[in-house]
Design a protein around this ligand. Structure first.
Ligand code: CA
Length: 613
């Protein structure tokens, strides 16, 4: 293996870089495209004392506008403009000491081709933590120059799951009814411990070798899209890993904010608070998320441009359908607006989703693009994460129905949708990689899990299923993140239970899986649910009824939240929609109804009625 790696490095050096007196190590972005809306390009060049060299580019493809040096002599930044009529091609960047060429990089401009569409409420997103889903390549579990090696006995360690494992099980993901896949970050995280989750990047242009390669990620996207599934890339602009190569040799001290002992307050509410103090805003935005993740200063224009270009690079390189932006509220918001605006100018059809982990509807609504309540900045995000509905869904089926408890929690959250610019584009979920597993939240009660799944898949929004929720996986966040990110059964050789082959599944696993497969695949083809409006009726007598409807179609959903009592529901109250329909099929049981005047519904259950005229 070592000989092979060495051979590979030699080829790269000969192909791109002829190093003599200076040691040219990196140019980022490593390539770019013609046909962009914006023809400006800024190259970060890294190499020992590179700033002492003269840069020479003689090509009709580009004009050099300026060269920026920084405190650290190992960096220069080259500002280029690509010619309007430039065709795909290459140009040489020569680094010279007087007249002698000391290093050379052949830079490639390719044709822009990504025309992928984004994701919406028509989709069901499947969220996968790649280290914990399936180990498709045991040869990459341990990579010689990486600081952390695989250890499946360590809940916080690397378990060997990878991109090949996801590729190998695309048929399973398709089978459960998902139409989009969101992977937690797969970029290099070369840290000595706790590196598997992917949120501490040490190279923003390189897939972690323990997950695969850039090319394999691209192959994964192609294969998923060929099976009509979209791909969402998880990106982070707030922080990186403390072993990032430029953190180890900072271009300038202003590349990062404050220091590792100065932590964020995690309270994004300060950004929308009309009474907030400057110190609170500064501490939230410029404090470090954790001591091992340097907080990036996006007010440094070089940092800002670096991340805008990095985002466009991945969208174009891998031809993804959308990006999910981690810790959206934490970076400086003027930068975030600039980034999202630029990405939407280049790719108006792809979807930008911001993680907005805030507790109340106004606090989250503030971050959706074109927000009616945010006069300070426009995020240009089509979608944000609906945490208020998550909290309500976590509680609703565990509580008795009171004035504001139980089913009323669901009703009240949805009744505040007037605060959002587009509530139908919110991302909804029962759990995710940071939260208690839903099955555990509802006391390992399969009835409540099913109620949650029905609600998730029929209310408004873009539903996300976290891997394992479809088989009632358990896990409590307070037991550690490893507890909510367990290995998916069947993803590893020798697993006793294999969900992919349906071997030795428990009754509960099979029951939950069949339920999701049935519901999600039905949802896929029902335009009332995926494209229709929501009408909800105040919960009454422990029963919550709502409709999704278009001009021609409607679905009625009924949830009985009482612990032990079945209910007979008089449906005349729902006449404003039901008057147009005379019969129905209940989707879960398959039962046909020719009389919709009264419905009997069991305790702790949900029913879905596809209505017919
Ligand atoms: Ca592996």
């Amino acid at each position: 293996m070592k000989r092979l790696n060495f051979f590979f490095i030699l080829i790269i050096l000969n192909f791109n870089i002829v190093a003599q007196n200076v040691n040219l190590q990196k140019i980022e972005p490593p390539n770019w495209w013609v046909g962009m809306q914006n023809n400006d390009l800024q190259l970060l060049v890294y190499g020992e004392n590179i700033s002492t060299q003269k840069v020479e580019i003689n090509s009709p493809l580009v004009t050099v506008n300026s060269i920026i040096t920084v405190n650290n002599p190992n960096y220069i930044f080259i500002n280029l403009t690509i010619a309007n009529d430039a065709q795909a091609g290459t140009f040489d960047i020569n680094f010279k000491n007087k007249s002698k060429v000391t290093a050379k990089y052949t830079y490639e401009l390719k044709n822009k081709t990504n025309i992928q569409r984004g994701f919406s409420a028509k989709d069901l997103v499947y969220l996968i933590m790649p280290d914990r889903f399936a180990n498709g390549n045991v040869n990459n579990d341990n990579v010689a120059n990486m600081l952390e090696q695989a250890d499946r006995n360590n809940g916080d360690g690397r378990h060997g799951g990878d991109i090949q494992g996801v590729i190998d099980h695309l048929d399973y993901i398709k089978k459960i009814g998902a139409t989009a896949i969101w992977l937690n970050p797969v970029l290099e995280n070369n840290s000595p411990d706790y590196s598997y989750h992917g949120y501490a990047a040490t190279d923003f242009y390189k897939v972690d070798p323990r997950h695969g390669t850039n090319e394999l990620f691209k192959t994964f996207v192609e294969k998923a899209q060929a099976m009509d599934m979209k791909v969402i890339l998880d990106v982070i602009y707030n922080h990186c890993g403390n072993n990032h190569w430029w953190i180890n040799d900072l271009p300038s001290s202003s590349w990062v904010n404050t220091d590792k002992n100065f932590h964020t307050t995690y309270r994004g509410a300060v950004l929308s608070d009309p009474h907030s103090s400057n110190v609170d805003v500064f501490k939230f935005s410029a404090g470090w998320f954790v001591s091992t993740m340097p907080d990036l200063n996006q007010h440094n224009q070089l940092v800002a441009t670096y991340f805008i270009q990095n985002t466009i690079w991945w969208i174009e390189y891998a031809k993804i359908n959308g990006i999910r932006i981690d810790t959206y509220s934490y970076p400086f918001q003027d930068f975030m607006s600039k980034l999202t605006q630029r990405v939407r100018e280049e790719y108006p059809d792809i979807t930008l989703l911001g993680e907005t982990w805030l507790q109340t509807v106004p606090h989250v609504a503030y971050f959706q693009g074109d927000s009616p309540i945010n006069k300070n900045f426009n995020t240009h995000l089509q979608s944000v994460t609906d945490f208020p509905l998550y909290y309500a869904t976590k509680d609703a089926f565990n509580e008795d129905d009171g004035w504001t408890s139980g089913l009323l929690k669901l009703y009240y959250v949805l009744s505040q949708d007037f605060l959002y610019s587009d509530p139908y584009n919110l991302v909804t979920f029962l759990d995710n990689h940071d939260l208690d597993r839903y099955y555990t939240s509802v006391g390992k009660d399969i009835k409540k899990l099913k109620m949650g799944l029905v609600f998730l898949l029929t209310t408004r929004g873009i539903p996300v299923i976290y891997y394992g929720t479809e088989i009632a996986m358990e896990g409590s966040e307070h037991m550690g993140h490893g507890h909510i990110r367990k290995d998916f059964p069947g993803g590893w050789q020798g697993d006793q239970t294999n969900i992919f082959t349906q071997t030795k599944m428990s009754k509960t696993q099979g029951d939950a899986l069949n339920f999701v497969v049935k519901l999600a695949n039905w949802r896929k083809s029902n335009t009332a649910v995926t494209e229709g409006k929501l009408m909800q009726f105040l919960p009454e007598n422990n029963v919550y009824t709502y409709f999704k409807y278009t001009d021609n179609e409607a679905v009625m959903v009924m949830i009985n939240n009482h612990n032990s009592e079945d209910r007979t529901v008089d449906c005349s109250r729902f006449n404003e929609i039901l008057k147009d329909y005379s019969s129905a099929k209940e989707i879960i049981s398959g039962t046909n109804y020719s009389d919709l005047s009264e419905i009997e519904i069991k305790a702790k259950s949900a029913m879905i009625f596809e209505l017919y005229k």
